[in-house]
Design a protein around this ligand. Structure first.
Ligand SMILES: [Fe+2]
Ligand SMILES: [Fe+2]
Length: 257
């Protein structure tokens, strides 16, 4: 099973040529599923969401999508009285989807908040209720791979171009350890990396994606990740835009023991 992990599309501030290159890549490579780890739009306007929906509708494969901080209306009253109304209207009613396949059990959560006890509301948070949902989702998981999707990265890799605070980060890490999640897909920083965490004999792989289509680059070109699963192994390819093509620039394989 092949999953394309794209992120931070930022409709409203994206490169149309790059979006077309991405569509062509998917036509050739044919992922079974596309996972989008948030920041679908730039300013959460109706027209941006409409464009994003039109793009998703063009994809022949299912899309598993969660929101990011840019999918909240900015300086707009709607941010406070109906923060996710537009996302729900155009993208999905479900902000925290779950998908079970024979090989992969996916669960997503929404870490963006309309208000935070911090000067920077672009940061993220995880609630107790969300941790309970994660535990519940994976409690009876039978697929060999548990994949978790969120917008704000829980690991801060070195040389990050953007500092991120994820409130209740330790609570989430404990939850991911307890539920033996295999792979965490995230975005937000517009910076790709793969980092392993080994706890109690179990490896969790934290996979961040660059922005796939946005014009706001942070020291990396546009890019995305392609994950190919078999029963026992996953190969994670990181692809960067190189001229008119997305090319693999790094590949790691992890085998279950
Ligand atoms: Fe973003
Ligand atoms: Fe973001």
């Amino acid at each position: 099973m092949k999953i394309a992990h794209i992120s931070d599309l930022h409709f409203g501030s994206l490169s149309r040529p790059v979006t077309e290159i991405l569509m062509r890549h998917f036509d050739d490579d044919k992922p079974d599923l596309v996972v989008v780890s948030g920041d679908i739009t730039q300013d959460a306007t109706c027209s941006e969401f409409e464009e994003a929906k039109a793009f998703f509708d063009l994809l022949p494969m299912p899309v598993f999508c969660i929101p990011g901080n840019h999918d909240l209306p900015g300086m707009d009253l709607e941010r406070f009285y109906d923060p996710w109304g537009r996302y729900r209207r155009f993208i999905s009613q479900d902000l925290e989807p779950e998908l079970r396949t024979d090989l992969v059990h996916l669960k997503g959560i929404n870490t963006a908040r309309r208000v935070l006890a911090h000067w920077n509301w672009a940061n993220g948070s995880v609630s107790r209720r969300q941790c309970r949902d994660i535990r519940h989702a994976y409690a009876d998981a039978t697929a060999p791979w548990r994949v978790f999707v969120m917008h704000h990265p829980v690991m801060n890799a070195s040389e990050m171009p953007l500092q991120v605070a994820l409130f209740n980060r330790r609570r989430l890490l404990k939850c991911l350890d307890d539920t033996r999640v295999d792979i965490v897909l995230a975005g937000h920083q517009h910076h790709a990396y793969v980092e392993n965490r080994l706890t109690g004999g179990h490896t969790t792989i934290f996979v961040n994606a660059s922005t796939t289509t946005s014009l706001r680059l942070r020291r990396q070109p546009n890019g995305f990740n392609m994950l190919t699963f078999t029963d026992k192994a996953v190969r994670i390819d990181r692809l960067d835009l190189d001229g008119e093509t997305f090319r693999i620039i790094e590949a790691v394989t992890h085998t279950k023991v």
